[in-house]
Design a protein around this ligand. Structure first.
Ligand code: HEM
Length: 404
């Protein structure tokens, strides 16, 4: 794929051995899947942070140590307008707290955190179990499904309909929004149209709940206080948009990777069927092995990090899999080992912006997998074909046909 944003200019101070072209939106090494490509990158002897001329020209943090340093320094690396190419940043109201920096960030995060705290997730586990059981029972006699459409996309959307108290008829609209968010932006157009659709969908609902609150996530956001005042409608919409956009595509992508792997590896699948108590360790390990999102920051200071001379306005990006598949951090990183000692991976982020929905996501993944294996213990990918992984900021299978 040719990159319309390829930029030959190498910034001053960047040496030739710090340059390696890597396009997030295109396959890196021919037929290798993105995870194998990342694994190969780790073997090339590249610097911990290197410069790519793709997508306008930006830094890539490859080594886990370098990623820790960037994510741990929100004062030098801003979360506001961090995307590549720079033209693809949304000009509208920010996603709150995702695109907000310190010191404002903490106050916004303190609003969302309690809403998704483990103790408040109460009967979500029962709801996932009920929904998963019903859907899998309906599908099981067919002997086949399009896993991404029939299940992976529907589980997180179904849970959000419940948590946000949205009408069941909105399922299809939210599925469409989720899919549009997940697709790579066309090279000639920013993501504004898709993002605006989500903001436009949420605004009247937020206004309505602000006027007459119920017992749901959106109402809790509308009633929250920030610095001794109520949030503005823009802030409320930005916060709800963050929750919806952060929680749908990520969870559905994770389900796809988990099920594709288990469809292929009879040994791992049978281990879980024989001992379902392994399931939560297994999903954690699979979420590590298939870290699907990429994170980005915009430098707001002049800093040298691991030898990289970074200047204000330059973007720095890393795939979460770069961290998770770094052999300096994880032994045999490409192997899936359910008994691997639990250590912090990057799939849910780290630092001040670490994922506030991680507990909810883990419940969705664990409970859905458990319900599935209890009903359909043996399944495989149709015709054994390797499905295509859509590259980009949020990698996923578009299609995963399963048979049993
Ligand atoms: C497997 C599923 C999920 C994955 C892989 C995932 C991944 C991530 C990552 C990597 C970040 C850090 C972003 C950054 O540093 O720029 C993040 C932040 C966030 N996630 Fe998730 N997420 C998932 C599910 C969810 C769900 C279900 C919710 C619903 C509440 C959610 C809500 C959030 C929020 C609100 C933030 C922003 C936190 C902040 O800026 O302080 N996520 N997520």
């Amino acid at each position: 794929m040719t990159d319309p944003f390829y930029n030959e200019t190498i910034p001053p101070g960047v040496s030739a051995d710090q340059v390696f072209d890597f396009n997030l939106f295109a396959p890196c090494f021919g037929d290798l899947d993105p995870f194998e490509s990342v694994s190969r990158l780790h073997g090339l002897g590249l610097p911990p942070i290197f410069w790519t001329r793709n997508n306008g020209g930006h830094w890539i943090a490859l080594a886990a140590d370098a990623i820790d340093d960037v994510v741990g320094d929100p004062h030098s690396f801003s979360s506001m307008d961090p995307f590549v190419p720079p033209e693809h940043n949304f000009g509208g109201p920010p996603f709150v707290p995702l695109n907000v920096d310190p010191p404002e960030h903490a106050g916004y995060r303190a609003i969302v955190a309690p809403i998704f705290a483990p103790a408040r997730l109460g009967d979500i586990e029962a709801e996932v179990r009920r929904m998963a059981g019903e859907w899998i029972d309906q599908a099981s006699s067919a002997g086949t499904c399009e896993f991404m459409y029939d299940f992976a996309a529907r589980v997180p959307v179904g849970i959000f309909l419940k948590l946000l108290d949205l009408p069941a008829e909105d399922l299809d609209d939210l599925l469409k929004i989720g899919r549009a968010f997940a697709s790579p932006p066309p090279p000639d157009a920013p993501r504004d149209a898709v993002i605006q659709t989500l903001f436009d969908y949420l605004r009247p609902i937020v206004e309505d709940r602000a006027a007459s609150p119920r017992d749901d996530v959106i109402s809790k956001v509308t009633m929250a206080e920030y610095q001794d005042r109520r949030l503005t409608i823009d802030e409320m919409v930005g916060m709800c948009a963050t929750i919806v956009s952060a929680g749908i595509d990520t969870t559905s992508a994770a389900l796809g990777f988990i099920f594709e792997f288990l469809a292929r590896s009879t040994e791992h699948r049978r281990a879980l069927v024989a001992d379902p108590s392994l399931i939560s360790a297994a999903t954690e390990e699979l979420v590590r092995r298939f870290g699907a999102t990429s994170l980005a920051r915009r430098a707001v200071a002049t800093v040298v990090v691991h030898g990289a001379p970074i200047r204000p306005e330059q973007r720095i990006l890393w795939m979460t899999s770069m961290y998770n598949l770094n052999p300096a951090r994880f032994e045999r990183p490409m192997e899936v080992e359910f008994t691997r000692p639990r250590s912090v991976h990057m799939s849910f982020g780290k630092g001040i912006h670490s994922c506030l929905g991680a507990r909810l996501a883990r419940i969705e993944l664990d409970v859905f997998l458990k319900e599935w294996l209890a009903r359909i213990p043996d399944f495989e990918v149709l015709d054994g074909k390797t499905p295509f992984i859509r590259p980009g900021l949020s990698m996923s299978y578009d299609s995963l046909p399963l048979v049993w």
